[in-house]
Design a binder for this molecule. Structure first.
Ligand SMILES: Nc1ncnc2c1ncn2[C@@H]1O[C@H](COP(=O)(O)OP(=O)(O)OP(=O)(O)O)[C@@H](O)[C@H]1O
Length: 264
């Protein structure tokens, strides 16, 4: 018998981890049917602590992106519960879910996902413009200076390097002060120096701004920037590691006998 899950996450805490920004309880996600059935998530229960940097690792196909998409309300689940803050996503209709994502969640994707016809500054403020919210100019200035984009604000994405484009995407995610930022392989398209800059920036935004970040990555060196790593295999969380280093993460991955994991 499974636990009867409460319908509110209010006041939920993980031992030693403080309050949670997001939580999934016993969630399962199945794609396809019959022979084509894939159990992408298999009764996953985990909490994402507030103001911490959490990395999700695991081999290709282990369910990392699916878990992130379900947590962010971008994908539906077949069973279980997903909470952002104390709001259970399944209780929201599409309109409310869209509004919650818009107001409370920031995204950074591997492919930057900037609008090519807009300047860097217009890209950064786009989510707020769409929401009809006025940017907090002090905060916006702070974010722009922190990512070092001040001299590039009038440039279009095609006039920026990959690292600069991803800094625009990070600034866009941070500008609206979301409760949580989901980053899916944010350094996957960057050289190692630009990648390190982005990761340092994400790390600083947790440390200095109290931002909550969840990041999917294949790279033990990237995971080393996080406070805690969740390891997924076959749609299940099989381990967690606090205060990771690239070496410890790589060792742990080898222990799971996961293919395709290399140190970088
Ligand atoms: N839309 C879909 N239709 C069918 N199967 C899917 C779909 N999306 C994902 N899957 C399957 O679900 C499983 C988990 O996929 P997911 O993309 O979450 O893994 P991942 O760990 O993020 O992989 P990668 O590291 O390669 O991006 C995989 O077996 C995948 O083939």
């Amino acid at each position: 018998m499974k636990n009867t899950a409460p319908t509110s996450a209010e006041g939920l805490e993980q031992p030693g981890a403080g309050p949670l920004a997001a939580q999934v309880r016993e969630i399962s996600k199945i794609y396809g049917t019959g022979d084509a059935e894939v159990i992408a998530l298999d009764h996953v229960t985990v909490g994402i602590p507030k103001s911490r940097f959490t990395a999700i690792m695991g081999p290709s196909g282990s369910g990392k992106s699916t878990l992130m998409h379900c947590m962010a309300g971008l994908d539906s689940i077949d069973s279980g519960q997903v909470f952002l803050g104390d709001v259970e996503l399944s209780r929201l209709d599409d309109k409310r879910l869209t509004r919650l994502r818009r107001d409370k969640v920031g995204f950074v994707f591997q492919a930057f996902n900037l609008v090519p016809t807009l300047t860097a500054l217009e890209n950064i403020t786009l989510p707020m413009d769409i929401a009809g919210r006025k940017p907090d100019t002090n905060w916006l200035d702070h974010v722009i200076d922190t990512v070092g984009l001040r001299p590039r604000l009038k440039h279009r994405p095609s006039e920026l390097s990959g690292g600069q484009q991803q800094r625009v995407a990070c600034a866009r995610a941070l500008a609206g002060r979301p409760e949580i930022i989901f980053a899916d392989e944010p350094t996957g398209n960057l050289d190692s120096r630009s990648g390190a800059e982005i990761l340092s920036f994400l790390r600083n935004s947790v440390q200095e701004m109290g931002q909550t970040i969840v990041m999917v990555t294949h790279d033990p060196a990237a995971a080393a920037y996080s406070d805690e790593v969740l390891f997924l295999t076959d749609g299940r969380i099989v381990d967690q590691m606090v205060e990771p280093t690239a070496e410890k993460v790589l060792e742990r991955m080898k222990g799971f006998d996961l293919p395709g994991v290399t140190a970088s």
